[in-house]
Design a protein around this ligand. Structure first.
Ligand code: SAH
Length: 236
């Protein structure tokens, strides 16, 4: 796959000027020169192979050659809700969920969450998604929703045909739900904070049709639980 660069602008065949951090990445980090072929994308589901025509200090000129639309998205909608873990673990989580093809990430605020909303600054989270999309070839960005209180998220009307809550205690084994995954077109999964979901948070979710599932006898960290569950749902 050619090196990929993200721009937040409409794209079409013809000349295109790239500047800012992506131009720096192309010229200084990747050291690409005129004649090299790269790929531009803007999250519209397509990608735009382009040839570099000129490299200046702050601006790159390219010729967009054609438009392609490879299928790299999941055949269903997958929303993942979890408290935002701190620092590198947050980057790791968003990177992996993007690679797995998750449609949207919802930062959850639970009774026992201790992440400050600053941790979940949208711009920073979106940057992780863009970097992962450049690497994995996704042409649709994973959406980052506004942080949401668990009680509101769990009880709001949603198009999900399956809502799955990871809970280490008294939960159903995931395998027994596998057949239902295959049929659902919209799935949402939720993982609790390091302190776990409070009993009344689980009860509220169950009342609203959430299915609790176990991921085995060991306690996983938030990002491990979210990635493991997303992987299982994507893979069946
Ligand atoms: N001390 C907490 C564990 C929290 S781990 C407790 O005992 O409940 C953080 C979150 O990861 C949990 O809320 C749950 O959503 C998920 N998780 C971790 N390990 C899990 C497991 N074995 N099965 C299901 N969910 C798990």
């Amino acid at each position: 796959m050619s090196a990929r660069f993200y721009v937040n602008l409409p794209l079409a065949p013809g000349p295109f000027h790239l500047d800012g951090s992506e131009a720096h990445h192309l010229a200084t980090v990747c050291r690409l020169r005129p004649g090299a072929e790269v790929c531009l994308f803007n999250g519209d589901g397509r990608e735009y192979p382009a040839c570099i025509t000129q490299v200046e200090r702050k601006q790159i000129t390219l010729e967009i050659l054609r438009v392609e639309q490879p299928e790299r998205e999941l055949p269903f909608t997958l929303e993942v809700g979890a408290p935002v873990p701190k620092g590198d673990r947050c980057q790791f989580l968003l990177e992996k969920l993007t690679e797995l093809g998750v449609t949207a990430f919802v930062p959850l605020l639970c009774q026992r969450s201790n992440t400050h909303p600053r941790e979940s600054k949208r711009e920073k989270l979106e940057r992780y998604v863009i970097e992962a999309s450049k690497q994995c070839g996704r042409n649709v960005l994973m959406r980052i929703d506004e942080p949401m209180e668990w009680a509101i998220y769990a009880s709001r009307t949603h198009a999900a045909e399956m809502s799955i809550l990871a809970h280490p205690h008294q939960a159903e084994q995931l395998t027994t739900l596998a057949k239902r995954f295959k049929e659902a077109k919209v799935i949402r999964i939720a993982v609790g904070p390091e302190g776990g979901f409070a009993d009344d948070e689980v009860a509220l979710a169950v009342e609203h049709g959430w299915q609790t599932v176990s991921l085995g006898p060991r306690i996983l960290r938030v990002e491990t639980a979210a990635i493991a569950l997303a992987t299982i749902v994507c893979g069946v």
